[in-house]
Design a protein. Sequence first.
Length: 186
Amino acid sequence: MSRILVLVGSLRAGSHNRQLAEAAVKLAPVGADVVPFEGLADIPFYNEDIDVEGRVPAAAARLREAAEASDAFLLFCAEHNGSIAAVLKNAIDWLSRPRGADAFGGKPVAVIGTAFGQYGGVWAQDETRKVVGLAGGRVIEDLRLAIPSSRARFAETHPVDDAEVAEQLTEIVARLDDHAGRAAAA
């Protein structure tokens, strides 16, 4: 059984990326424990001066513990001004430290999401993949999902009830779970 940690790059309660994350939890295959991390809003911006052993802010310590206990990561990337949302970038920064002991540790990572625009947040997702790769995650490049026009698409329908999205999301979670299982067995 693999544990997949979910990070949602939007703090808005009605976020379509949060709804996608909820759908991922519901659609996860048997044996995959898909766990959303709650509390990204509580983590202070990364600052090496406060990242001191024994004095790491509690919210950042909880994130690191959740990451270390996970076998893979599923990041739902909101797009802010054509790039990665600050809350997600901050979480990645905390997980990339301390150098040499990063929580990503080569674990498989999938970056997906939705956005209001016609490209579904691909710029933000590409930036996120780059940053996660530099931070030590093993980005699974062929696990991609960028859903455009989220305002219209999900105005009346939750992503879990959108047959096309549910099918794609189910496949992504299953394949990420497979990557996590193979990594754990190696």
